[in-house]
Design a protein around this ligand. Structure first.
Ligand code: M6R
Length: 606
C-alpha cells in the first residue's frame, strides 16, 4: 500500500526520492508526490496522479538542487485518486506524508475548526493542520501533542518550514525503517527503498520520535524527549535480490527462485535429517503442550494454512483450524491457553493478521509467526518467529513466499509429530527425506515452463475459469484460482470437486476452462469421475496429475504431469504449474504482471 521515503544529506534529494519511490512501486499505489527544500530553503511540492514515471517527468523541469525531502506513493483509502488527495499535504508550516488511517479525523476537524481550510478529502491533511495548530517552534513538543490526540494508525514523515534540512518521523503500527549512512540520513516505509544505501538500519520504535539531519539520525522518547538507541539490524539480502536480474518480470524471477528459497529455509534447520528449531529459539514444549492449532492469515498465506491443516490434522490427531485473519476477531474464536496460534505472513505487516495475532495472544494462545520480512511488526510482536528465507518478494502475486511458508509448515508438522510421539525418529527422518524430493520436482517444472505457456492460449479468451480438486488438491486449487484472478483478471474459482453437483456444475458449459488437479492416489478415481462430468458438459479440461497416472486419452484437452513425489508433497510442483499458468495468462493479456490493478503488496489497512 502507501510508501514513504525521506532523505536529508549531501546527495541530490529529488533523484534519491524518485529512486526510492520507484523501489516502493511494487507495494501498489495510484498517485505519488514529493516535497523538498529548495535552494532558498522554501518547501516545494509536486504531486501527480498515476505512476512515478509521470512524477519524474513533472520533476524533470526543476533544475535547482535539493538536499532534503520526503516522497510518497498513495493507495487511495480516504478520498478518490486526485492530485489534492495525493501526499505530501501542506498545512501552514507543516508538510507531511502519512501511511495508515486516522480514525477520529471528523472530531479533529470540528475541534480545530478545519472545515474551511481542507483542500483534500483525506484524514492525513487533517493531521497536518492539527500539527500546524500545535506547532510553536518545538517539533518534538508539537508531535507529542499531535499523537496524543490521534486515534488510528500512522507513519508520518514531517517537514517544518522553519527547519530546513530536518525530517521528523513518528509511527504507530504502520512501519518505518531508518538509517544513517555515509551519505546522509534515510527513512522509508520498507527496506527495499533503503538497501541501495545501506545494509544497516533500525525499525523506528513506536512511542519514539525520529529526527533526521544531514549528520545524524536521533530517536527520542515521545514523552520525555530523552535520547534513545534503537537496535541496529542488518538486512539479510542485497540489492540484487530486489532487482529483476534479466527476467522480464519480478514474478517470473521469483518463480525461478523457489528451489533456492526452499533450500535456504529448510537446510539450516535440519539436524540429522529432522527439522530442529533450536537456533530459532522455538522450544519443543510449544509443540508438545498444545491441544489445538489455530492458523490465521490472509490470501495466499491463508491458503498455505489450508494445506497445513490437511497435512497436520491426520498426522497429529488434534484439531487444526484455519481462519481468515479479517474474520478471526469478529467470531469470538475458540482460543485458550492450550492453543498454538500459527500466524503466517510474508510481509509481517498485514494489519488484519497482526490484529488477529494480538487477539489470540490476549486470549492466552502461544503465538508462532511464520514471516519472511525480518524485523517486521508481526515478527517482532509474536512470541516465537520462524523466518522463511525467500528474500524480498516484489511482485504483488505471491509465489516463492507461498512455497517457503508451506516448507516451514511441513517442518513444523514433522517436528510436532516427533515431539508428540506420533513419529519415531526414523519416521520423521523418512518423512523429511521424501519431502526433499520436492526441490528437484519444482526445478523440473520451472524448466518445463513452455508447457504452461502453451496451455494459456485457451484460457486468456475466457471470462471464467474453474479449479477443481479433492482433499489436498482442493487446498492447492484455492491458491491456483487466486493467482489467476489477481493478475489475469479472469474470474476464477476453486471448488471441491465433490461439490460440483451441488450447484457449480450449472456454470460449466461449452469450452469453459476447468483446471482439474488429481494428484492424490486415494481420491484419484473419484476425481476422474468429476472430470468426466465437466467434460460431458463441454468444459475445456486442463488436467494435472502425477507422472504415470493412468488417464484415458480423451479425458482431458490438455494433460500436464508433475514428477511422482509422494502424495503429501505434490503441492510444491503443482504450485509452480499454477503460478506459471497465471503468469502466462497475464502476459498473454498484456497486463501489468507485477502490479495488478487495485492491489497492494502489503495490506496495511483493515
Ligand atoms: O504479507 P502477507 O503474507 O500477510 O499478505 C497476505 C496477502 O495479502 C497476500 O498473500 C496476497 O493474497 C497475495 N498477494 C496474493 O498473491
Amino acid at each position: 500500500m502507501c510508501g514513504i521515503i525521506g532523505y536529508t544529506g549531501p546527495l541530490e534529494a529529488k533523484k534519491l526520492l524518485l529512486e526510492g519511490l520507484a523501489g516502493l512501486e511494487y507495494r501498489g499505489y495510484d498517485s505519488a508526490g514529493v516535497a523538498f527544500f529548495d535552494t532558498d530553503s522554501h518547501i516545494r511540492l509536486i504531486k501527480q496522479v498515476g505512476k512515478v514515471a509521470s512524477l519524474k517527468e513533472a520533476m524533470s523541469k526543476i533544475k535547482e538542487d535539493s538536499h532534503c525531502g520526503i516522497g510518497h506513493t498513495r493507495w487511495a483509502t480516504h478520498g478518490g485518486v486526485t492530485v489534492e488527495n495525493a501526499h505530501p499535504h501542506q498545512a501552514g508550516r507543516v508538510t507531511l506524508i502519512h501511511n495508515g488511517i486516522i480514525e477520529n479525523y471528523h472530531q479533529l476537524t470540528e475541534e480545530f475548526c478545519l472545515e474551511g481550510k481542507l483542500k483534500s478529502q483525506t484524514d492525513s491533511e487533517v493531521a497536518a493542520w492539527v500539527l500546524d495548530s500545535l506547532y510553536e517552534g518545538d517539533p518534538l513538543e508539537a508531535i507529542k501533542n499531535l499523537v496524543h490526540r490521534l486515534e488510528g494508525t500512522y507513519g508520518f514523515c514531517i517537514l517544518f518550514a522553519d527547519r530546513p534540512g530536518e525530517i521528523y518521523a513518528v509511527r504507530k503500527v504502520s512501519p518505518l525503517v531508518a538509517a544513517y549512512t555515509h551519505s546522509g540520513a534515510v527513512i522509508a516505509s520498507d527496506l527495499t527503498a533503503l538497501i541501495p544505501y545501506t545494509q544497516k538500519y533500525f525499525v523506528v520504535p513506536e512511542q519514539e520520535i525520529v529526527r533526521l539531519t544531514p549528520y545524524k539520525v536521533q530517536t527520542y522518547n515521545l514523552e520525555t524527549f530523552e535520547k534513545t538507541s534503537p537496535e541496529i539490524m542488518t538486512v539479510n539480502w542485497n540489492l540484487d535480490a530486489a532487482m529483476k536480474n534479466g527476467f522480464p518480470h519480478f514474478m517470473l524471477k521469483e518463480i525461478h527462485e523457489q528451489p533456492e528459497a526452499m533450500k535456504n529455509t529448510i537446510l539450516p534447520r535440519l539436524n540429522r535429517g529432522i527439522p530442529d528449531f533450536s537456533d530459532d529459539r522455538i522450544p519443543d514444549s510449544l509443540f508438545a503442550e498444545c491441544s489445538q492449532v489455530h492458523i490465521v492469515a490472509c490470501g495466499t498465506a491463508m491458503h498455505a494454512g489450508m494445506v497445513a491443516k490437511a497435512i497436520m490434522e491426520p498426522l497429529l490427531r488434534i484439531p487444526v483450524t484455519v481462519t481468515i485473519a479479517s474474520e478471526f476477531r469478529y467470531q469470538d474464536p475458540l482460543v485458550d491457553e492450550r492453543t498454538l496460534a500459527i500466524i503466517i505472513s510474508q510481509s509481517g505487516e498485514t494489519i488484519d493478521t497482526l490484529a488477529a495475532m494480538t487477539l489470540a495472544e490476549r486470549l492466552g494462545a502461544k503465538t508462532l509467526a511464520i514471516v519472511n520480512v525480518k524485523g517486521s511488526t508481526i515478527a517482532r510482536e509474536s512470541q516465537y518467529v520462524l523466518y522463511t528465507h525467500a528474500g524480498p518478494e516484489i511482485a504483488v502475486a505471491s509465489t516463492k513466499a507461498y512455497s517457503v511458508q508451506l516448507a516451514a509448515l511441513y517442518m513444523v508438522a514433522c517436528r510436532m509429530a516427533l515431539v508428540r510421539g506420533k513419529y519415531t525418529e526414523e519416521q520423521a527422518k523418512a518423512f523429511f527425506s521424501e519431502f526433499l524430493d520436492v526441490i528437484p520436482a519444482m526445478e523440473e517444472m520451472i524448466e518445463r515452463k513452455e508447457e504452461m505457456k502453451r496451455v494459456v492460449t485457451h484460457l486468456i479468451n475466457s471470462p471464467d475459469a474453474f479449479f477443481i480438486g479433492r482433499g489436498l488438491d482442493y487446498a492447492f486449487s484455492l491458491e491456483g484460482a487466486l493467482k489467476l484472478k489477481e493478475i489475469s483478471y479472469i474470474h476464477a474459482e476453486a471448488y471441491a470437486a465433490g461439490e460440483l453437483k451441488h450447484g457449480t456444475i450449472a456454470l460449466i458449459s461449452d469450452q469453459v476452462p476447468v483446471i482439474a488437479t488429481a494428484t492424490q492416489d486415494v481420491l484419484f478415481s473419484k476425481m476422474i469421475s468429476n472430470v468426466r462430468e465437466v467434460k460431458a458438459r463441454g468444459a475445456f479440461v486442463i488436467l494435472l496429475t502425477k507422472e504415470g497416472a493412468e488417464v484415458d486419452e480423451n479425458l482431458a484437452d490438455v494433460h500436464l504431469t508433475i514428477p511422482a513425489v509422494k502424495d503429501q508433497f505434490t503441492v510444491f510442483p503443482i504450485a509452480v504449474v499454477l503460478q506459471l499458468i497465471a503468469y502466462y495468462a497475464s502476459l498473454g493479456k498484456n497486463l501489468d504482471v507485477d502490479q495488478p490493478r487495485n492491489l497492494a503488496k502489503s495490506v496495511t489497512v483493515e
